[in-house]
Design a protein around this ligand. Sequence first.
Ligand code: ATP
Length: 366
Amino acid sequence: MRGLRIATIGGDGVGPEVIEATLPVLRAAAEASGVSVETVALDWGGEHMLRTGRAMPADGADVLSECDGVLFGAVGRPDIPDDELIWGLIIGLRQALDLAVNVRPVRSWDGVTTAVRTEEPIDFVVVRENTEGEYAGVGGRVGQLGIEVAVHSRTAIERTARYAFDLARQRRGRVSLVTKSNAMRYGYPLWDEVTASVHLDYPDVELEHVLVDAMAARMVQRPGGLDVLLCSNLFGDILSDLAAGLVGGMGMAPSANVLPGRGPGLFEPVHGSAPDIAGAGIANPVACLLSAALLLDHTGVEGAGDRIRSAVTTTLRDPATHTPDLGGTATTTDLSTSVLTNLQQPAGGAPSAPTEHLVSLPTSRR
Ligand code: ATP
C-alpha cells in the first residue's frame, strides 16, 4: 500500500479543533484509494512562541520538507501581536518553502445560502502570488513615515500565471487577470506584460484584464461567470475573503499553498484562529475538510479529493448538520461525523453527489 506522510500543525484557537475533525475524513478518503496516511503532529504556533520565543523551531521548514504535505489549522492569539505570529509561522513557511502560489477555490453549495442572488452557481478559483508583492516585507519606519514597498518579479508572476492557465484548461478555460495598472505604473503593468506573454502558450484559454475595484463589484453583482482569477498577493488576499463571504463565510473557504511541480504543499482553511468561538466546539470544519481534499489532489491520490467534496456536498444539503455560522445548531463533530458517514456509505447506493462543479488542483508534477 502506498503511504503518505502528512504533517499537521493545529496552531491556535479553532485550528486544532478543525484539524482533529478533519483527520479521520482525510484518512478514510485516502484509504479508499488504497493509500495509508501517517500523521506527524507539530505543536507550533502561539503557545510554542510563549514557551520558546519562536512560533516554530529554526529548522521548521526542513522538518516539513520530509513530508508529502502539510495540513495547517490557524495562527493567532490575543496575547501575541498578529504580525509576530504570522511572520514567524505562516508567511515564514510560505517564503522558506517557496510556496509560490496560493489557490483558493470558491463555490456555492446546495443548502447553504449565498450572500448574493445569482442565477448561476458560484464556482471560481482565486490564484494568488504568494511570496512577494505588497507582502514582500520591504520597507521601514522613519518616525511618522511608514514605507511599504511592493515587489513584483517576472519569475514570480510567470509561475503564478502558468499555474492559473493550467488550472483554467482543466475548468472552463477563462483567466481574469486582476490588477490596478491604471493607477500603479510599475508593478501591475509588469503583470499585464508577463501574463500576456505566458498566454501565448495557452491559445485555447481566454484572458481578460480587470481592475481590482471593478472585480470587487463584479464578484458581488455577477459572480456566476467567473472562472480563474489571477491576482497579486494583496489583491488575492482581499478578494478571496470577499469570495468566502459570498458563499457562506470564513468557515467554508479552503486554500492550498503550493510550488507547482515540487512539494510538499501547505493546505489551510482561509479563516484565522476565531478566538470568539475557540473551545466551544462549534467551529465549521468545512474549510479544513476541503483543504484536506486539495492536499489529496496535490499528492496525486486518485479520486480521494472528490470523495471528500462529494461527502461534504451531501452533508451540507441537510440543515441539521449546519454549524451556527451557517445558521444551524450542529457542533464541529456533528458536521465532520456526517461527512465521514457519507464518505463511507455514499447515500445508501443512490448516485453520489454531482461533481461537475467541484474543483481539483493540477496534480503535482513531482
Ligand atoms: P485571527 O486574529 O486569527 O485572524 P479573527 O477572529 O480576526 O482571528 P477569523 O478567525 O478569520 O479572524 O474570524 C473572523 C470571523 O469569522 C469570526 O467571527 C469567527 O468566529 C468567524 N469564523 C472564522 N472561522 C470560522 C469557522 N471555522 N467556523 C465558524 N466561524 C468562523
